[in-house]
Design a protein around this ligand. Structure first.
Ligand code: FNR
Length: 199
């Protein structure tokens, strides 16, 4: 059996009944056997403050180490006011520092946004992509995943109850598995086809 890739899943919502967490759980079930998805919690991370980083809280250090250890990152997020929730932005900031030691650098990634609304969190999806460019996360371009009407897709137990969405998410995870293999970081820690810039 080929290598199983460790995919760190970052869910942008902190809500217990989060639709996006349900989407993340569905993605974990639908992913091919070559991927192991694990949700990495972000709600407990103190708000990033460079002064505090002189003696970083244990939660920041553990989060950075966990992201560094991952083969790939999958973001599943709601849209808050046409952008990403503050908790997700904070996680990006925490992982990006100290300067020159970003945990995100060179990782293959993918973005899924989900909303009860009609445009499926498009604004959050693309605001997130703007940060991912700077963070040198190699975000899969296609297929895009804007899950609209997402409050209607799950049953009372939080299980995906829509065949069309199941098929789409399965195809998305297949494409992501291929993307991860193609863009795997080389063993010396540098991305395989782009040199990391100091950021
Ligand atoms: C929202 N919501 C929302 N939805 C959307 O499609 N575009 C938006 O800009 C916003 N803005 C927004 C701001 C804030 C502060 C909240 C709390 C909510 C609604 C949002 O999509 C809805 O609450 C989802 O259910 C949130 O995702 P989870 O928590 O279910 O994963």
């Amino acid at each position: 059996m080929d290598k199983i890739n460790d995919v760190a899943v970052i869910v942008g919502s902190l809500r217990k009944g989060s639709i996006n967490r349900q989407v993340a759980n569905a993605l974990a079930e639908l992913a091919p056997a070559s991927l192991k998805l694990t949700i990495i919690e972000i709600g407990h991370l103190p708000i990033y403050n460079p002064d505090v980083d002189e003696n970083p809280p244990a939660a920041w250090t553990a989060f950075r180490e966990r992201i560094k250890a991952a083969d790939a990152i999958l973001f599943v997020t709601p849209e808050y006011n046409r952008s990403v929730p503050a908790a997700l932005k904070n996680a990006l900031d925490v992982g990006s520092r100290p300067y020159g030691q970003s945990a995100w650098n060179g990782k293959p990634g993918a973005v899924v946004s989900a909303s009860p609304g009609a445009i499926g969190g498009f604004g959050a999806n693309h605001h997130l992509r703007q940060s991912l460019v700077f963070l040198n996360v190699l975000a899969m371009q296609q297929p895009e995943a804007y899950i609209s009407g997402a409050d209607k897709l799950f049953d009372a137990n939080g299980k995906l109850a829509n065949d069309g969405t199941r098929k789409f998410l399965q195809g998305f995870m297949q494409a992501f598995a291929t993307w991860i293999t193609k863009n795997a970081k080389s063993t010396n820690g540098a991305p395989s086809f782009v040199e990391a810039k100091a950021i």
